[in-house]
Design a protein around this ligand. Structure first.
Ligand SMILES: Nc1ncnc2c1ncn2[C@@H]1O[C@H](COP(=O)(O)OP(=O)(O)OP(=O)(O)O)[C@@H](O)[C@H]1O
Ligand SMILES: [Mg+2]
Length: 456
């Protein structure tokens, strides 16, 4: 009866707390379910759905999963305590004598320890606890990026406070796998296979890529805007198990004299420590523009010289370091830098087949109903000269037009669950009319540059 005598405000607070607790439990279950599906444990996911009584009313949002949460927690922990958090303990070779089990406890624990999973009792855990070995062998260790395995504090040992600051700055530029895979990049087959042979295979089979077969040191992707250059780089980050340094001009260019050169030096040291590493420079012409251009500042010239020296030293450093550069204007890049970007690949506007795939990718989804049936090939033939990004905009504009029609009749703030947008051919054709391609005129110049300077 105590609850009845509680003031209303206190009751409400309790209810909110309880609701939050329930919501958290629900989120956890859906995250686990999402993870199981993502990893291909479909039977387990089915059993889990039934056991946890999950309904189809919710699903994990697009930009979140357990892996990302774990990585974020690791980064937070590292910055806060300067070490990696420990989640699992390595199991001892020699098992301690087990406590005698009664028949009752054995019955209770046995189903948990299946024959397939490597489960053992921890040395000083109560007999009802089970420690599951997450990593099965040394091989699995190789698939974890070095940045997760190696401690930053070991790298910072004996570093000066200045250097520590620069390391911290660069550490923020390391990006974790983004979930983008090769399949997300439509078309561009030759660029994908070249990146595989430059980054993915040398890391996987280092013994093959020695001597004359030494992996490429640098690759430049150039092409008109919106053709998927950055997306390709994100796929490399997701697929390669390398430490991915996403270096922007703002990180490296420092207003203090000499500081930029130091940043570049520390960048290559870190890349070597966390090897295999990819140093990614988007819009590389901003960092390595032609040094002979008029008005070139002395500090900027020194920064470029340092960059070139470090790139030359890549071969002599420990581990694999690979430079991936993107550019919209390759003709502005310094020739010495170009020489170090051994492969120069043209990323063209999407061809008919790729445009069809892109339309399919954006419109053939479960929350869009196409009525009457739309022929994606027809859409592709009407969008010659459009980049991947232009096609994305067309699809967005078409969807917006249907949402615009719906908006006045929508009431209240609540989101509409299981919403399905109805789209017909005229909506898409109007969107194509309205969206003009931005990159069409630039293609010729890139093609000319490729035939003169390219190497793919
Ligand atoms: N080949 C492709 N496959 C799938 N999506 C693509 C492709 N090309 C472009 N896109 C879409 O266009 C968006 C923009 O592409 P991205 O940022 O990679 O272009 P970019 O070539 O780097 O452009 P910029 O040179 O302006 O930086 C991507 O997020 C993606 O949604
Ligand atoms: Mg880009």
């Amino acid at each position: 009866m105590a609850g009845v005598t509680r003031p209303m405000s206190q009751m409400r607070k309790l209810e909110t707390k309880e609701a939050l607790f329930r919501a958290r439990k629900r989120i956890l279950k859906y995250l686990v379910l999402g993870y199981l599906k993502q990893e291909g444990f479909f039977h387990t996911a089915e059993t889990f759905t039934a056991e946890a009584a999950l309904t189809g009313d919710y699903e994990v949002c697009d930009n979140i999963d357990l892996d990302i949460i774990l990585q974020d927690y690791c980064s937070y922990y590292l910055i806060r305590f300067n070490k990696q958090p420990q989640f699992c303990r390595k199991l001892e070779e020699q098992r301690p004598p087990r406590r005698p089990q009664t028949r009752k406890t054995r019955e209770r624990t046995e189903p948990v320890v299946s024959a397939e999973c490597v489960c053992e009792k921890g040395p000083d855990l109560p007999s009802t606890f089970t420690v599951t070995k997450l990593l099965k062998d040394e091989q699995s260790l190789q698939t974890i990026p070095a940045v997760e395995r190696k401690s930053l504090s070991a790298f910072l040992n004996h570093a000066t406070p200045d250097k520590k600051q620069l390391v911290e700055l660069l550490y923020q530029d390391i990006i974790r796998p983004t979930g983008v895979s090769w399949d997300d990049v439509k078309g561009l087959t030759s660029a994908k296979s070249l990146l595989m042979e430059s980054v993915v295979y040398p890391v996987r089979y280092p013994e093959v890529f020695t001597g004359l077969l030494e992996p490429w040191r640098g690759v430049l992707l150039h092409g008109p805007p919106g053709t998927g250059k950055t997306l390709l780089a994100r796929a490399v980050a997701g697929e390669s198990c390398c430490t991915f340094f996403n270096v922007s001009c703002s990180t490296i260019v420092n207003k203090w004299r000499g500081e930029s050169e130091k940043i570049v030096k520390v960048l290559f040291e870190m890349a070597s420590y966390y090897s295999p590493s990819i140093i990614f420079m988007d819009e590389v012409e901003t960092l390595a523009s032609d040094r002979s251009s008029p008005g070139e500042h002395e500090a900027s010239r020194r920064l470029k010289a340092q960059l070139l020296t470090e790139l030359d030293g890549i071969g002599g450093r420990d581990g694999i370091i690979f430079l991936l550069a993107n550019s919209n204007m390759p003709w502005e890049i310094d020739p010495a830098m170009l020489r170090r970007l051994e492969k120069r690949i043209f990323i063209p506007l999407p061809d008919l087949k790729t445009r069809e795939e892109l339309f399919q990718n954006y419109l053939n989804v479960k929350n869009v109903e196409l009525f009457p049936k739309v022929d994606f090939k027809e859409l592709a033939s009407k969008t010659e000269g459009y980049s991947g990004s232009d096609i994305k905009l067309v699809c967005k504009e078409a969807l917006m037009s249907t949402v615009r029609k719906m908006l006045p009749s929508m009431s209240g703030k609540g989101n509409v669950p299981n919403r399905k947008d109805r789209l017909d051919l005229t909506d898409i054709l109007t969107a194509i009319e309205k969206t003009k391609p931005v990159s069409k005129n630039l293609t010729r110049r890139h093609e000319e540059w490729q035939s003169e300077m390219g190497c793919s």
